[in-house]
Design a binder for this molecule. Structure first.
Ligand code: NAP
Ligand code: ZN
Ligand code: ZN
Length: 345
């Protein structure tokens, strides 16, 4: 066992505090990663607060992990000591169900999440707000040279979560894509959809971040607080990627879709949302969801980012600012991802 420094919560209402956690001994197919940076995803906040049900406490969150391989097991062939690597939202899956065989391990019913899940040895997985992690080699991806490890960390969740639906629904030249919410996921969606050649529109609560949105690659930027936006853009988009976790009025957004358009939720509202089915019938529209992406596609996304010079826009923070960062994420005061320098743990 390896004892590592970490930050953890012990209850749904407590702050994250410094602690130590144990990592398993390195098995034949395991990789020990010296974590350098860990992104803060809004999912971490939902999880530690138990809004989707109480997790097992104490809990160390973090599923946007970037670091360097420190040691490898005897059978490891995919990675070697010194490699720049990343780990996202999952650390294993069954590897034999139909979804795993398709390379869509994120939809495996026996998948193991990076933190708060029961691991194969019966222990509870603990995430990336720590100095080291041991992960089986197949769930470790390579971070290409050219992307800083700090700017790469958020790609492991925010990047792949937006890349996957953009690819699935064919974002590219001639396609009009709208991104709802310019936060961690949203700003990645804008960069990626722009790099894929789509025409990109940001739908934000206000025009406060308009300049940033246009700089990140958006062609247009609208405030959803202005009712005129919904009149002006009716029937426009082939794809709407909704990154908002709040309960927004889905039916008004569905009206912004063109014929056969799709609105895909990656944001996870805590309450069920009413949908006016009439707005699906008119225009043969779809309302869909999407969960991160498979390991193969995560590597594809990282390579795409390196090729297009894309990293996340980040604010690097020391560990003692994690609780403040959570408050700022909840107040939509993030530009555009907090990343923990794990050297400060
Ligand atoms: P984030 O950085 O806080 O961004 C969310 C954005 O939503 C905010 O920046 C804000 O953008 C907008 N927003 C916030 N409150 C709103 C409200 N009341 N009404 C309308 N818009 C509002 O969060 P994130 O890390 O990107 O995560 C977003 C969601 O995705 C969370 O629910 C998270 O759990 C989920 N998630 C899902 C997956 C998946 O696989 N599906 C993966 C990762 C995360 P503006 O200021 O521009 O309006
Ligand atoms: Zn996440
Ligand atoms: Zn499976």
């Amino acid at each position: 066992m390896l004892t590592t420094n970490a930050y953890a919560v012990t209850s749904a209402t407590g702050d994250l505090v410094p602690t130590t956690i144990e990592r398993r001994d390195i098995g034949p197919h395991d990789v020990l990663i010296d974590i350098k940076f860990a992104g803060i995803c809004q999912t971490d906040i939902h999880m530690v607060r138990g809004v989707w049900g109480p997790p097992s406490y104490p809990l160390t969150p973090g599923h946007e992990i970037a670091g360097i391989v420190a040691e490898v097991g005897s059978e490891v062939s995919k990675h070697k000591v010194g490699d720049r690597v990343g780990v996202g939202c999952m650390v294993n899956s069954c590897r034999e169900c139909a979804n795993c065989l398709k390379g869509e391990e994120q939809y495996c019913l026996k998948g193991i999440a990076t933190y708060g899940a029961v691991d194969r040895d019966g222990s509870i997985t603990q995430g990336g707000y720590s100095t080291h992690v041991v992960v089986t080699e197949d769930f470790v991806v390579t971070i290409p040279e050219g992307i800083g490890l700090d700017a790469a960390a958020p790609l492991l969740c925010a990047g792949i979560t937006t890349y996957s639906p953009l690819r699935h629904w064919g974002a590219g030249p001639g396609k009009k894509v709208a991104v709802v919410g310019l936060g961690g996921l949203g700003h990645m969606a804008v960069k990626l959809a722009h790099a894929m050649g789509a025409e990109v529109t940001v739908l934000s609560q206000s025009l406060k971040k308009q300049e940033d949105g246009l700089r990140l690659g958006a062609d247009a930027y609208y405030a959803t607080s202005d009712p005129g936006t919904f009149e002006q853009l009716a029937g426009t988009f082939d794809l709407i990627v909704n990154t908002v976790s709040a309960s927004i009025d889905i039916s008004s957004y569905l009206q912004l879709l063109a014929l056969d358009g799709t609105m895909v939720n990656v944001g996870v509202p805590t309450e069920p949302l009413p949908v006016n089915v009439f707005n699906l019938i008119i225009g043969r529209r779809s309302f869909a969801g999407s969960l991160i992406g498979g390991i193969r596609q995560t590597q594809e996304m990282l390579d795409f980012c390196a090729e297009h010079g894309i990293g996340a826009e980040i604010e690097v923070i020391p560990a003692n600012k994690i609780n403040d960062a959570y408050e700022r994420v909840l107040a939509s005061d993030v530009r555009y991802r907090f990343v923990i320098d794990t050297g400060t743990l």
